[in-house]
Design a binder for this molecule. Structure first.
Ligand SMILES: [Zn+2]
Ligand SMILES: [Zn+2]
Length: 462
């Protein structure tokens, strides 16, 4: 079981600024608790209620004494909004060690019952931050009513750039020498982050298999693969790792076997199921980032919400080939859209055909009848697809992840890349959320993944 704290760039910057204060600073970090099906816990940061100046009885470089009115109001707010309160304080100084002192342990024992009782949350949380450059180093823990204390091991920061860091008392993964050439490109820290990152890939076809293979060769070791289809004969032309002997097997199993040959130490969770089903979509709650490599519109509607409700960035990839009147390839379009806090979702960008999405969710009989009566779009199937183009667009999607982890590229960062291969043209754009839509930060939906219903949507009954 892994506990990850997820913070938007804004919230991370607030805590980093507090950690840079010369005197100890404290507050209550309110977070949504999401429990993934594999037992992993994610704390989605909502806000910090900082202790007001008047509530500090003592405030020095290495000592704090705070009146209860400094933190009790935040517990009421946590209870009203169903949030988990985390007692946050700083150990100042670039050389400060963010580990609990003996006094901190005493405070934790004193606060734990009060925090749980007043907030109704299953855990009392504690977090200590020390400044480290523009960011902060940390340690943290979750204390249940009974049972062992759980360390908060990871911090995943999302926004324009993405940053994965580990608590000061959790060892990072070893970097095997096979990654030497990558380490020369972006250093040990990024390589370590790739090995620690939990990545979901929805769709195991031409783009999904190419994305997965590249991720594994880059050092990603935790994958969740979702695709309901079995491998068909015509898939072999572009699905990485597939052979004619695999026809008829679930695509996710073919791909997972292939990836294990590249990286025997890979953890690969597979779901031969549709992401439009709640139980499948919940698997994504364990992921730090998700690649959308599906060509169905209903699936994209779900992924669009994942970015907002779970604070899990989604890189959505699409490839469209069209032929001219003579049946020859005329245009090759690729699209990489990055959904992350502050950016518009796929609906606001008009990247989802809502009529087709509705049709995809119908039963086959219903679908056929409505198509025949002309009430719904025909879904067809068997669109043209060519390995060179699916692979090139997949590579551009993986590059988007690298850009945000490493930090190169233009600022502000575009949230969409459009590739028009037939014209040798690449363009980028940004798009703001529509006012009031769930992706609009003002809607208050960001990070609400712990609430019910899951992702704030109605789910079809399986
Ligand atoms: Zn302390
Ligand atoms: Zn939107």
């Amino acid at each position: 079981m892994t506990v990850t704290l997820v913070l938007t760039t804004d919230l991370e910057a607030q805590i980093a600024a507090a950690a840079r204060e010369p005197l100890e600073t404290a507050g209550v970090l309110l977070a949504n608790l999401v429990v993934a099906p594999n037992g992993d816990l994610r704390l989605l940061g909502h806000k910090v209620a900082w202790v007001q100046d008047g509530a500090y009885l003592t405030r020095e470089r290495h000592q704090l004494l705070i009146a209860s009115e400094g933190y009790v109001p935040a517990l009421g707010e946590a209870e009203a909004a169903g949030l988990l309160p985390i007692w946050l304080h700083t150990h100042p100084g670039e050389d400060g060690v963010p580990l609990p002192s003996r006094y901190d342990h005493t405070v934790d024992r004193q606060l734990a019952d009060l925090f749980r009782l007043r907030s109704g949350a299953p855990f009392y949380g504690a977090l200590i931050a020390s400044p480290r450059g523009r960011h902060f180093a940390f340690s943290g823990s979750l204390h249940p009513d009974d049972g062992p204390v759980l360390p908060i091991e990871r911090l995943w920061q999302v926004g324009e750039d993405w940053r994965l860091s580990r608590s000061v008392d959790a060892a990072g993964p070893e970097i095997p020498s096979l990654f030497d050439r990558s380490v020369r490109a972006f250093g040990v820290a990024i390589q370590g982050a790739l090995g620690d990152l939990r990545v979901g890939v929805v769709g195991a076809g031409g783009t999904g298999s190419a994305v997965s293979e590249q991720l594994v060769r880059l050092g990603v070791r935790h994958l969740t693969l979702i695709d309901v289809d079995t491998l068909s004969e015509t898939n072999v032309t572009r699905v990485y790792g597939s052979t004619p002997a695999d026809v008829g097997r679930p695509k996710v199993e073919v791909l997972c076997d292939h990836l294990h040959r590249i990286a025997p130490d890979l953890t690969c969770d597979v779901m031969a199921s549709m992401v439009t089903l709640e139980a499948t979509a919940r698997q994504l709650a364990a992921c730090d980032v998700v690649f959308g490599c599906t060509d169905d519109n209903a699936g994209r509607l779900v992924l669009s919400r994942v970015a907002t409700y779970l604070l899990t960035p989604v890189i959505d990839i699409g490839v469209l080939l069209s032929s001219d009147a003579a049946g020859l390839l005329a245009s090759i379009d690729g699209r990489i859209t990055t959904l992350t806090p502050g950016a518009a979702c796929l609906v606001c960008r008009d990247r989802i055909d809502l009529a087709r999405a509705a049709q995809e969710l119908r039963t086959p009989d219903e679908r056929k009848r409505l198509e025949e009566e002309g009430y719904a779009p025909s879904l067809g199937g068997g669109e043209p697809a060519v390995v060179a183009f699916t692979t090139s667009v997949a590579a551009a999607g993986v590059a988007e992840l690298l850009e945000r982890l490493i930090g190169y590229g233009p600022k502000p960062r575009p949230t969409e890349v459009l590739l028009r291969w037939h014209e040798r043209e690449i363009s980028t754009n940004t798009s703001a959320p529509r006012a009031g839509h769930y992706c609009d930060p003002a809607s208050g939906k960001w990070g609400q993944g712990g609430a019910s219903p899951f992702l704030g949507q109605v789910w079809p009954q399986a």
